[in-house]
Design a protein around this ligand. Structure first.
Ligand SMILES: Nc1ncnc2c1ncn2[C@@H]1O[C@H](COP(=O)(O)OP(=O)(O)OP(=O)(O)O)[C@@H](O)[C@H]1O
Length: 347
């Protein structure tokens, strides 16, 4: 491996990695006690010390209450934070723990706690220590689930989460460099056994990474694929904005309804995105799944293909809590009646 892939991250490198957040008022560092986030705390502290003015740093560890070692790991983070002159808090996930989908529920709870803590401490950003290796694993995970372009674009370097920005300064940094950084600095870190537990999907896919790398699909290539797809996704979203404006301009003021002929003339990718946006705006069952929106588009095309313009209902279907219908040469998308509720006046 070339040394650029394994060399410790220097203070100068850290200055470049964190440069764009110099003017933030305060930043929350999400520190689990694992190698990546311990390196995040160490490097962010050194970066901050070298600045005259810069953000206040607050490290937060979430104890999910799932492993007995977690409390000790949180104390180890606190100890390093104190040595580095950084404030630290441990937050506990107290909610009900589900029997299935535990990693996803823990992640949701973790982000909720981190973002809430950021808001209450006046922090504009939450930094996580996701690395290029995490990005590559995410690509493989999304690939195995059949994601589309948006999903394969994987994690964004920055994303707005209700007023607080979630930022990943190490998204292009190999994990090996962070471990080398800690080794050089003599900093110990925790090894979470869940990261190797074959009962969970991510560790199973992680175990495949060396095999894929040996075939040429290494973390660098997979992360590059993600960033190319992120670029394509941004362009497609801009085109979808344009298509929305075009349909609104020929629509008059009617929202939630499109002219059928104008919609049909657009490309499939843009039509899928338009449907998804319209459904997500009014649906009450969470985001529509890509595969289901694609099936809806096919059903719409079948219902209207070769038909003379008429006044009848050509299609009526619900998806993700939205009701989609084609009538009078228009597509209508509105909220679906909620399930399990009796309509007034009906038995
Ligand atoms: N319990 C936690 N408390 C605070 N932040 C966390 C916690 N778990 C994860 N994170 C944040 O999310 C990022 C990605 O999580 P992931 O589970 O992939 O990492 P990890 O295995 O816990 O360890 P590492 O610190 O080496 O990344 C971490 O780098 C860290 O910034």
């Amino acid at each position: 491996m070339p040394s650029a892939e394994t060399s410790p991250v220097s203070v100068l490198d850290a200055k470049r990695l964190f440069a764009e957040w110099k003017a933030a008022p305060a930043v929350v560092l999400a520190v689990s006690g694992g190698p990546d986030s311990m390196a995040l705390m160490w490097l962010a502290a050194r970066w901050r010390h070298a600045l005259k003015t810069g953000p206040r740093l607050l490290a937060i560890t979430v104890d999910h209450g799932l492993r007995k070692e977690a409390a000790r790991e949180a104390r180890d983070v606190k100890e390093l934070a104190r040595a580095l002159g950084i404030e630290h808090r441990t937050l506990r996930w107290r909610g009900e723990k589900p029997k299935t989908g535990l990693p996803a529920a823990a992640r949701d709870a973790r982000y909720r706690l981190l973002l809430r803590a950021a808001s209450s401490h006046g922090a504009s950003h939450v930094f996580t220590a996701h690395t290029r290796d995490d990005q590559a694993e995410t690509v493989i995970m999304r690939l195995s689930r059949g994601s589309g372009i948006a999903g394969l674009a994987a994690m964004a370097r920055q994303s707005d989460r209700g007023g607080v920005v979630l930022a990943r300064p190490f998204l292009d940094v190999p994990k090996a460099r962070l471990i080398a950084t800690l080794t050089k600095a003599g900093i110990a870190f925790a090894d979470d056994p869940t990261n190797h537990d074959p009962r969970f999907t991510r560790p199973r896919l992680r175990a495949l990474m060396p095999v894929l790398a040996a075939e040429g699909a290494d973390a660098r290539g997979l992360a590059r694929l993600a960033s190319r797809l992120a670029r394509a996704n941004t362009a497609l979203e801009v085109m979808t904005d344009g298509a929305e404006r075009y349909l609104a301009s020929i629509n008059g003021a009617a929202s939630g309804s499109f002219d059928l002929a104008a919609f049909t003339a657009l490309s499939d990718e843009i039509r899928v995105r338009l449907l998804m946006r319209a459904i997500d705006r009014v649906g009450h069952e969470g985001p529509a799944e890509l595969g289901k929106v694609e099936a809806l588009l096919q059903a719409m095309d079948r219902a209207t293909a070769g038909k003379k313009p008429g006044g009848g209902v050509q299609l009526k279907q619900t998806l993700a809590g939205a009701l989609i219908s084609i009538q009078n040469q228009r597509i209508h998308i509105g909220p679906a009646p909620r399930r399990g509720r009796r309509m007034a006046g009906l038995p």
